[in-house]
Design a protein. Sequence first.
Length: 420
Amino acid sequence: MISSNTQSSLEVNSEGKPSASDPRVTIHVSESETPLDLNELKYDTPRGWACVLGVFLITVHTWGMSSDSSLAYGVFLTYYATSPSFQPTSNIMFAYVGGLSIAVAFITSPFMGYYVSKGYVRVILFAGVLIEAGSFIAASFATRSWHLFLTQGVGYGLGMGMLYTGSVGIISQWFRRHTGPANALGAAGTGVGGIAYSLGTNRMLGDLGYATTMRVLAALILVFNGIGVLLLRSRDKQIGVIVRLPFDYRLLTTPGYPLILVYGLCCLFGYIMGLFSMSSYCIRIGLTASQGSVAVAMMSVGQAFGRPAVGFLCDKLGILNVTTGTAAFSAILSFVMWPLAESYGVILVFGLLAGSVTGTFYAVVAPLTASVVGLRELTRALSLIWIILAVPATYKQASDVASLLAVSQVVANALIETGK
């Protein structure tokens, strides 16, 4: 047995169990809790479902509210592009604001994951709540485009990264029989947040003005993310989470792990194009900003119902089978349906269908990664995934907006690219 308040230098074998040989690896042990055999832990309990609710609330108010990782950012993008307050600035530069937020979240995730595995989960989560809410308050005073880069870009991305890194692996620690549905329900917050905030933000911007809207959203972030954090309980100490330096690339030699990275990259490119450019695309073909907001909301409806359905199917048919099928269906929609979507009705149908399968990666990434590397390595493995996704997340949205602003043939090419 390992004595309390000590750290033992251990190496982890392919089964996720420690053996004494690697000084770079430590198992974090507290005085009251020592690592248990994973089979001794209780799974699928009501406490686990409380964690699902907590992750759901956090997802609604991070991925589902604003930044390039959110469906509602399309509404902000349209507002910035048409508001005299932020001119003269190109649409591409506004798109970079959204891309920067997700890039910051991804780039900082290895460092956040390191301190999460060291036992500072609560500190990271509550700091994320305050930073994210503060970024919206600061953005309410923005009068120049570079203000948006600092607030909705860097500030929001940092807060979102802290919240997401600290919460994304917790659900998998509490479930075995219902891992797929539980993670998918947590990820469904993206769709629910998109429904509420793509419509609500558009209405508030018209009725309350930009500054008041941002302050109202900051208050919502503070309250609901705070509740979500209070509902979470990490089991890192009972599991005996592995503590390594943030950048340990030996994970890349784990069989199956590089394939997860490739899958994530492919999903990210289609996900950003399909969701975050919808509002601007509607304006481009002659629809109103309100209609564009509804189109984005339809994609959110698809996500809200599609992601839980994907989770249940993963338990029945297997994660690999379901993710392969949803990716193929999403590609078919992009190749066949979106290039022909020039009427409001067709766009709504496309939004509902595409939203149900687009971004499946985010619903299954935690259980899929845990099945490959084990629970003890999950936080570190997810952090490496986010850092690799950071660069394409930064530039993809801006490149797609540039395509959408070009001639119709270039628009068609951009849509076809989404299906690849």
